[in-house]
Design a protein around this ligand. Structure first.
Ligand code: GLA
Length: 406
């Protein structure tokens, strides 16, 4: 039996372990307020879903691999409700963008570049089986920076799936919400992503990373270091990336070619099996990353379980080296952040790596809590002296996944 997602009250005790709160008004409150202002009525439902940081397990989710992400504040929020004017209007508050469709939204992609944001929403409506013929209004507000590699799109899609299910009184669960979001990305947005981002946004648990087995989608919570011991510092390279740009699909195609030759998943492949002469050098190098990365995730889980943060830091640095040299998805700005972090290993920084799909976005640093400010300062100064601008940074903690706010 599929259970509906339980609404969480603002003072729910589970929330006391929640991660870093964005300062000021929440995305959910902003969405509700903007909905009232724009449509002159209360939204029927408000839902919010978090961004994510992937601790380790990069570019393995689409080959049935193992990943270890955690959900973070900031969040994206959706306010939804019936429309009274026989048309359906979608508003993206932070993009100052809106689009209106006659009647219930048709569930095909909108080809207009000005309405790109709407395809994330149309895709979810399509994947969720439509709106039961109803016209509706949707308002999106988000605190997740776009293009920073923190999965802003997945959060919007997951939040919409939850809001829609609550409004139409349909049962749902984290796996179903994640699948709908992935369909939206594949078929409406044009990003051939794996399932990681949306599944962690739907299934996040405060204080925990989740080991996701992308073969059977089994979720295993793994406790993150205690906040008084270590923090995760996110440094945004400021280089925005779009996974629909081609580099991501190219890496995925390499992995798929190797799987075709091996007649099986890279999850089961050994490094020896890559010696097959039908595999090109480039594809072999990329597949080597994938096989070794899966092993690194299991090693990282063991390091977290034994509290060996120094070992965990080494694993993170290894992971970055592999993404930079073998998988070739890092960029000089991210390398600068990670190299500086590596130099600070004796000064409170355990390790670092780029996080997410790459070609831009953010790096994560695992830092002793007492050293966060000094590490942050050194990394910012080094980056600024190289690139002439100071990168944005924030500490993040593992927080709860999607929730109904109203
Ligand atoms: C993006 C994709 C994910 C995953 C990562 C790389 O975030 O959306 O599915 O493939 O890149 O690990």
């Amino acid at each position: 039996m599929i259970k509906p997602i339980k609404p969480i009250q603002p003072n729910d005790p589970n929330e006391s372990n929640e991660g870093t709160k964005p300062k000021g008004i929440s995305a959910a409150d902003r969405a509700a307020r903007a909905f009232r202002k724009r449509f002159g009525m209360e939204p029927a439902q408000v839902a919010s879903a978090p961004g994510r940081v992937n601790l380790i397990g990069e570019h393995v989710d689409y080959t049935e691999g193992i990943v270890l992400p955690f959900a973070i504040d900031p969040r994206a929020a959706i306010a939804i409700g019936p429309s009274t004017d026989h048309q359906s209007t979608f508003v993206a508050e932070d993009l100052a963008a809106s689009v209106t469709y006659p009647g219930p939204p048709s569930v095909v992609p909108d080809p207009s570049p000005a309405h790109r944001f709407a395809n994330h929403l149309l895709g979810v409506l399509h994947a969720a089986g439509g709106t039961d013929g109803r016209t509706l209004n949707i308002l999106v507000a988000s605190d997740i920076p776009i293009g920073a590699g923190l999965s802003s799109s997945a959060a919007v899609e997951v939040a919409l799936g939850a809001a829609l299910a609550a409004w139409l009184d349909r049962p749902t669960n984290p796996h179903a919400l994640a699948r709908q979001a992935q369909i939206a990305e594949h078929d409406f947005v044009g990003t051939p992503c794996g399932i990681m981002d949306m599944l962690i946004s739907a299934a996040g648990i405060a204080g925990h990373a989740i080991r996701i087995d992308c073969r059977d989608l089994q979720l295993t919570p793994v406790a993150m270091p205690r906040p008084e011991e270590a923090e995760v510092l996110i440094v945004d390279s400021g280089v925005t990336h779009r996974l629909s740009d081609g580099g991501y699909a190219d890496r995925r195609a390499s992995c798929e070619r190797v799987q075709t030759i091996l007649a099986g998943s890279l999850r089961d492949a050994s490094l020896e099996s890559l010696c097959d002469s039908r595999i090109s050098d480039r594809d072999r190098t990329r597949a080597t990353h994938v096989i070794e990365e899966n092993a690194r995730v299991n090693a990282a889980v063991a390091a977290l379980e034994t509290g060996d943060l120094s070992l965990l830091g080494e694993i993170l640095l290894d992971g970055h080296r592999s993404l930079r040299q073998l998988f070739e998805v890092s960029i000089p700005e991210l390398d600068c952040i990670v190299d500086t972090a590596a130099e600070l290993r004796g000064d409170g920084c355990f390790g670092a790596r780029m996080t997410g799909g790459g070609f831009g976005g953010s790096a994560l640093l695992l830092v002793a809590t007492t050293a966060v400010e000094s590490v942050r300062k050194t990394v910012e100064q080094r980056f600024a002296s190289t690139y002439g601008r100071t990168p944005t940074s924030m500490t993040v903690r593992a927080c709860q996944g999607v929730r109904i706010e109203s």
